[in-house]
Design a protein around this ligand. Structure first.
Ligand code: 3PG
Length: 488
C-alpha cells in the first residue's frame, strides 16, 4: 500500500521521496515506475529527511503497533524537526494516536490518517480519514484532496479510474478533516467495524440462498449482480458477485468459492470497535456479532466434530423462490441500516468522550467513494445527517424509517426461516433484535433489576417515582415495606 500511495501522490504532480528498510525493494520500485511527479529513491532515513522540503511531510506505512513508534523514533534520529509532520496512514488504534501526538509534541507533529480502499484504492483513489493538529492539516489538505477518490458532485456516485498517470480531475474528494488527535483513526476503525458487519450480512444472504434454495454459487453470484443495480449497489456486493462466479483454477467447471476453507481471519479493527462499544455502553450488537461469527468460523475442527453429535432441522423451503430471494434482499437491507445506525451511534458517543465535533454528514460523504464500504446507500446517510446534524439514531430518519417499514415483514420472515431451518444468521437476527429493542418503550430489564436487587442489593428505580430515586427490598420476605435508598 505504501508503494501505491506514493505513486498516487506522484501521479498528481507531487515529487515523492521514498525509503524502504530493504534498499533492494526501494531500488526495484524506482526502476519499475515513472510517475509524472517523479520518485526520489533514498537509501537511508537521513537521505529521506534531507530530500524533503520543510515543513516535511512524511507518511509512514508500516504495521500498526510498536513499528510505528520505532520508525517515528528513527525519523527523529534522522533529523525530523518540530514543525515536520509525521503521518501514520496505517490502521492504528486511535488511543495510540492520541498517545503519540502527546508523546512526540515538540519533536514533530504526529498525525493519524485512516486510508481505506485496499491496494487498488491506495493507487487510484482511497477514502482518506485524517485526524490531528489542524495546523498540520493545512499542509496536508492539498495532497489528501488530490489523491482521494472522487465522487460525482450531483449523484454522489464514485468516479472510477484505474489508469496510472491519469488521475481523476474534478469531482468531490472523499477526504475531510475529521478532528483532532485520534479522531481520524477512530472513524477509520468504525469504518472497519461496519465493513465486518457488511461482509457478514452478505455472507448470511449467500448462505440462506444456498441452504434454503439449493442455489449454486454462480446462480447466487448472478442474484448479487442484480442486487448491485438497486439500493444495495456497493463495492462489497459487486465483488461478492465476482467472487461467487469465479471458476476454480484447479477443478474445471466448478467455483473457487466452494473450495475456499470456511474459516475467517481478522486483523483486529472489528474487535476494537466492539470492545469500544462495550467500554462506552453502546449497543453495537450486530457489529460485535460479526466479529464473533468470524471467531466461530475459525473453530473449524470443533465444528466438524460437533456436527457429528449435535442435531438440528434439515433445511427445506417449498415456497416461491423469487419471493424468498426478494425477502433475503430486504433482510440484508434492513440489517444494513441497523449496522450503520450502530456505527454512527458509536461515533456520536465517542465525540462526547473525546470532545470531538464530528460532522456525520461529511463522514458519510467521504465513505461514498474509494473505501471498502462505499455504496449508494452512503448518499442516503449523507442526506439524513444533512437534514438533521443531531439525528439521535439513523433509524429515526424519515427515509430509513420508511425503508424498514416497507421491508420488515420480509426481514422477519427470513429470520424466522433461518431459525426454524437451523441456519445460522447471527447478524440478521441481532440486527432485528436491535431494531425491536430500540423501538420498545418497555423491556424486561425490570425483572433484571429485581434480580440484581435480590442477590446483590443493587437497588432499582420505580415506574411510579421520579428517575434517580433508588429502592431496595429485603428479599425474599416480600411483605416487608420498601425502603428508600439514597446516594446510589
Ligand atoms: C484491512 O485493513 O485490510 C481490512 O480493512 C480489514 O482487515 P481484516 O478483515 O483482516 O480485519
Amino acid at each position: 500500500m505504501g508503494e501505491n500511495l506514493a505513486l498516487n501522490i506522484a501521479d498528481h504532480g507531487f515529487k515523492v521521496a521514498v525509503f524502504n528498510r530493504t534498499t533492494e525493494v526501494m531500488k526495484k520500485f524506482i526502476a519499475r515506475e515513472n510517475p509524472p511527479g517523479g520518485l526520489v529513491g533514498c537509501e537511508t532515513l537521513k537521505e529521506l529527511v534531507a530530500a524533503i522540503k520543510k515543513p516535511r511531510k512524511v507518511i509512514i506505512m508500516v504495521k500498526a503497533g510498536a513499528a510505528i513508534d520505532a520508525v517515528t523514533q528513527q525519523l527523529l534520529d534522522a533529523g525530523i524537526e518540530s514543525d515536520d509532520i509525521v503521518i501514520d496512514c496505517g490502521n492504528s488504534q486511535w488511543t495510540d494516536t492520541i498517545r503519540r501526538e502527546k508523546q512526540y509534541a515538540g519533536k514533530c507533529k504526529f498525525f493519524g490518517s485512516g486510508v481505506s480502499g485496499g491496494e487498488l484504492g491506495a493507487r487510484f483513489g482511497p477514502a482518506v480519514i485524517p485526524g490531528g493538529d489542524p495546523e498540520a492539516w493545512k499542509h496536508l489538505k492539498p495532497i489528501w484532496d488530490a489523491i482521494a477518490a472522487k465522487v460525482d458532485a450531483k449523484t454522489g456516485k464514485p468516479i472510477e479510474t484505474a489508469q496510472p498517470g491519469k488521475p481523476v480531475i474534478g469531482g468531490v474528494p472523499c477526504s475531510a478533516y475529521i478532528g483532532p488527535n485520534g479522531a481520524g483513526h477512530y472513524v477509520k476503525m468504525i469504518h472497519n467495524g461496519i465493513e465486518y458487519i457488511d461482509m457478514q450480512l452478505i455472507g448470511e444472504a449467500y448462505w440462506l440462498m444456498s441452504r434454503l434454495l439449493g442455489m449454486s454459487a454462480t446462480e447466487i453470484g448472478k442474484v448479487f449482480a442484480a442486487w448491485n443495480e438497486g439500493d444495495l449497489d456497493s463495492y462489497l456486493i459487486q465483488i461478492t458477485a465476482d467472487i461467487l462466479q469465479q471458476p476454480d483454477p484447479v477443478h474445471k467447471g466448478e467455483n473457487l468459492v466452494d473450495y475456499i476453507l470456511d474459516t475467517a481471519g481478522q486483523k483486529g479493527t472489528g474487535k476494537w470497535t466492539s470492545v469500544n462499544a462495550l467500554d462506552m455502553g453502546i449497543p453495537a450488537n450486530a457489529i460485535a456479532e460479526a466479529v464473533f461469527a468470524r471467531c466461530l468460523s475459525a473453530l473449524k475442527d470443533e465444528r466438524v466434530a460437533a456436527g457429528k453429535q449435535l442435531t438440528g432441522p434439515t433445511p427445506s423451503y417449498s415456497g416461491n423462490r423469487q419471493e424468498l430471494i426478494n425477502a433475503i434482499r430486504d433482510a440484508l437491507y434492513c440489517s444494513k441500516i441497523c449496522a450503520y445506525a450502530q456505527g454512527f451511534q458509536l461515533m456520536r458517543e465517542a465525540q462526547k468522550e473525546y470532545n470531538w465535533k464530528l460532522n456525520f454528514a461529511e463522514i458519510a460523504s467521504i465513505f461514498r467513494g474509494g473505501c471498502i464500504i462505499r455504496a449508494r446507500f452512503l448518499q442516503k446517510i449523507t442526506d439524513a445527517y444533512t437534514r438533521s446534524a443531531d439525528l439521535t439514531n439513523l433509524l429515526l430518519d424519515p427515509y430509513f424509517n420508511q425503508q424498514i417499514q416497507n421491508a420488515q415483514t420480509n426481514w422477519r420472515k427470513v429470520v424466522g426461516l433461518a431459525a426454524t431451518n437451523g441456519i445460522p444468521a447471527p447478524a440478521f437476527m441481532s440486527a432485528l433484535s436491535y431494531y425491536d429493542g430500540y423501538r420498545s418503550p418497555r423491556l424486561p430489564a425490570n425483572l433484571l433489576q429485581g434480580q440484581r436487587d435480590y442477590f446483590g442489593a443493587h437497588t432499582y428505580e420505580r415506574t411510579d417515582n421520579p428517575r434517580g430515586k433508588f429502592f431496595h427490598l429485603d428479599w425474599p420476605e416480600a411483605k416487608r415495606p420498601q425502603l428508600e435508598v439514597s446516594g446510589h
